[in-house]
Design a protein. Structure first.
Ligand code: SF4
Length: 155
């Protein structure tokens, strides 16, 4: 068992709505069009098999899907401030760049709202910005599938 991962699970309770695809994250939205997300409830856990299926057509996965995972706070490059006393700088930037001043009147059926880091910071305004955010991966789908495979083999 990975002691560091156990510490992360116990220490951080919020959910990141822009998480990388890896074991422990889950699929919670499909990019239907630019600025439009079809939210999936309940979320679908990421498995090695899912990664292989999703990567088959070669289209970058993050252009089509959204994944959620534990918010790791100060261990994330987007975090602003101290552990337990900071905030997610990504949603700060998105709200500012998009000029969002009002929240959504009718909230989408999103499966992570109760623990969503962005919702905790901006309430309904976060949900107005959320569909505009698409993660740009630094790793390829083949590399992610390999990571998932190793995690399965070592568990
Ligand atoms: S910002 Fe709103 S819609 Fe997006 S993941 Fe959080 S709760 Fe769901």
């Amino acid at each position: 068992m990975d002691d560091d991962l156990t510490l992360v699970d116990a220490e951080f309770t919020k959910t990141c709505p822009s998480a990388p695809i890896e074991p422990g994250s889950s699929l919670f939205g499909i990019v239907a069009a630019k600025g439009q997300i079809a939210y999936i409830t309940p979320n679908v856990p990421v498995t090695h098999e899912l990664l292989v299926i999703l990567g088959e057509d070669g289209v970058p996965i993050e252009n089509r899907l959204r994944f959620a995972g534990p918010c790791i706070e100060h261990r994330c490059v987007q975090w602003m401030g101290e552990a337990g006393a900071g905030r997610c700088g990504l949603i700060d930037h998105a709200i500012d760049a998009l000029g969002i001043t009002a929240g959504m009147e009718s909230l989408p059926l999103c499966g992570i709202r109760q623990s969503c880091r962005w919702f905790a910071q901006y309430n309904r305004r976060a949900c107005a910005a959320c569909p505009e955010v698409i993660r740009r991966p630094k790793t390829t789908i083949a590399e992610m599938a390999e990571v998932a495979s190793k995690a399965v083999l070592s568990s």
